[in-house]
Write a protein that binds this ligand. Structure first.
Ligand code: RNT
Ligand code: ZN
Length: 417
């Protein structure tokens, strides 16, 4: 049987339970995912050589890490060629590209330092998202936006403002809004004596960053909370409650990273709650294994539940989906492709779920029927619909894409010493 024949067969089986597979494919094609550039070089960036700091960690030493902007762009191209649909690239400020001999510190970054990325995105029809980099920098060795040292705090405020201007430039050049996500690593290793003052300083810093004049239809600013980081086990300045309230009061976005909550809390349950109060919200989809370990996103239960909440709430346009992981122990391009394709598979799985029918069962108290159908759905011919989506988007089906990655590894990546 051909891919099309299998698809047509699947289409009939889904139609029998009221699911329109053609509509699902159309909706999936219109769901961009922001692919984080930092999986390609273990969150290294180009603006300095030092170690990764901020209580996050990329472990592993697989050959082929991108060392230059050219290598990173080539690797992104390779990954995108194996991922169906058109997506976005998520950059960090540390990925500024300086001309020979030039250098600008983080508080002096300008659009011109990202011109090469804009050109890259334009040629490929990609949108760009952005993140100020509040780590891996000598001035980020202790605190950033919550620093008690006023000079340091002002330095990082200027960085945040510079990033908004750069994102506005992205949006103008590319004709699609740019998300600026603020995450800071500030916190205490041990029990603090004052939990309020650092948060008051962070609040004031955010106010100052947002006080610049920028076009809110072009730049969406988001704040990303966290429960703890390495070396900041006892207290995180940018906690969930802090940012959720800050975002609500200031009409900006909350970004939920599903590695950033207590282990039994799930982001899939937070999405519908947030959507009742916010027009838009942003996600960092990741996979925490025992802690915020940033493993590659796979087609697991929580990723599926996250996708279901987005789809059921008819919120593909309101939830800005980005990925956030950094695994240096496996082929980095493969990590991107697995993560992106898994997120898309989760969305497709949600789009192929008879959501209204299931909701009606819940409403009518038919919990036995609900369980039975939810279990049976797991064995519907989802893979045949996915393979057809790959075929019509001209990317390899099933595991066939991996041969391309292996070839690239043998021809290109192994030569990076
Ligand atoms: C850290 C946050 C943050 C970073 C990236 C590199 O815990 O998740 O989003 O992973 O900005
Ligand atoms: Zn994150």
């Amino acid at each position: 049987m051909t891919t099309l024949e299998r698809y047509l067969d699947a289409k009939e089986r889904y139609a029998a339970i009221g699911v329109d597979t053609d509509a699902a494919l159309k909706a999936l094609a219109a769901a961009p995912i922001s692919m984080h550039c930092w999986q390609g070089d273990d969150v290294g960036g180009f603006d300095r050589d030092g170690a990764l700091t901020g209580g996050i960690q990329a472990t592993g030493n697989y050959p082929g890490k991108a060392r230059t902007p050219e290598e990173l762009m080539a690797d992104i191209d390779k990954a995108l060629s194996l991922i169906p649909g058109t997506h976005r690239i998520n950059l960090h400020a540390s990925y500024a590209i300086f001309k020979d001999g030039e250098f600008a510190d983080r508080d002096e970054l300008k659009p011109e330092h990202f011109a090469a990325w804009v050109e890259f995105a334009k040629e490929r029809g990609l949108g760009l998202d952005f993140n100020p980099t509040y780590f891996s920098h000598p001035k980020a060795s202790e605190f950033t936006l919550s620093s008690p040292d006023e000079d340091i705090r002002q330095f990082w405020i200027r960085h945040g403002q510079a990033c908004i201007r750069i994102a506005e430039y992205f949006a103008t050049e590319l004709g699609t809004p740019s998300l600026v996500n603020i995450w800071i690593p500030d916190g205490f290793k041990d029990i603090p004596a004052d939990r309020t003052a650092p948060r008051a300083r962070l609040k004031d810093s955010l106010d100052q960053i947002l006080s610049i004049d920028y076009d809110k239809s072009k730049v969406y600013v988001a704040v990303e909370s966290k429960v703890f980081g390495i070396g900041m086990e006892s207290y995180t300045v940018g906690s969930h409650e802090f940012y959720m309230n800050y975002a609500a009061k200031n009409d900006i976005l909350c970004l939920l990273d599903n590695g950033h909550y207590h282990p039994t809390e799930v982001v899939s349950d937070k999405i519908p709650a947030m959507l009742l109060f916010s027009d838009k919200l942003a996600l960092h989809v990741t996979r925490g294994v025992r802690w915020d370990s940033d493993h590659v996103v796979i087609f697991d239960d929580e990723t599926k539940e996250i996708a279901k909440e987005i789809v059921r709430n008819n919120a593909i346009d309101r939830v800005l989906i980005g990925l956030d992981f950094f695994d240096a122990s496996i082929n980095r391009i493969s990590a991107w492709v697995v993560g992106m394709r898994s997120m898309q598979k989760a969305l497709l799985y949600a789009l192929l779920t008879p959501n209204e029918k299931l909701a009606a069962m819940q409403n009518d108290g038919e919990f036995t029927e609900l369980m039975v159908l939810q279990e049976e759905l797991k064995f519907y011919p989802f893979g045949d619909v996915w393979n057809y989506f790959c075929e019509i988007n001209h990317v390899p089906q099933k595991e066939d894409w991996f041969a391309e990655v292996k070839k690239y590894e043998n021809e290109v990546l192994v030569n990076r010493k």
